[in-house]
Design a protein around this ligand. Sequence first.
Ligand SMILES: Nc1ncnc2c1ncn2[C@@H]1O[C@H](CO)[C@@H](NC(=O)[C@@H](N)CO)[C@H]1O
Length: 147
Amino acid sequence: MRMLLIHSDYLEYEVKDKALKNPEPISEEQKKGRLDEVLAVFISVEKVDESNPDEVVEKAVKEIKDVAEQVKAERVFVYPFAHLSSELAKPDVALKVLQKIEEKLKEEGFEVKRAPFGYYKAFKLSCKGHPLAELSRTVVPSGEEVS
Ligand SMILES: Nc1ncnc2c1ncn2[C@@H]1O[C@H](CO)[C@@H](NC(=O)[C@@H](N)CO)[C@H]1O
């Protein structure tokens, strides 16, 4: 899994079109979303993660929590982003992983939104620009190699 973490004044998105034949079903309300004072986490779930999705969820949540504590962010925006890897996991696995990351971050006490999966989306982001505002992390199941 590849993650790009951007500490932001805000992130907002608007769903534009289907990017998959069967995207995640969403309500009218989910077609737009915004969070202020947020750690935006753009995530590409990778094929290597398919060998142990639950473990990669745990590792990702740990990394996100660690960065959120460093930048003092209480909100997290989980953003499916298929552009950080050329070895993507299948959509059904990827969606489940992203849903679990969202769920576990909420259990940790964060306010969390997750952008809809399987769509083209317009988005606006205001990066804060401090030294820890732009970070990347890679997590893989134990025993797998980071490519
Ligand atoms: N392995 C994967 N990891 C993360 N997201 C994934 C994925 N496989 C499919 N998606 C989702 O389907 C859209 C089309 O690839 C993706 N859409 C996007 O990445 C938008 N930024 C538009 O390009 C994403 O929602």
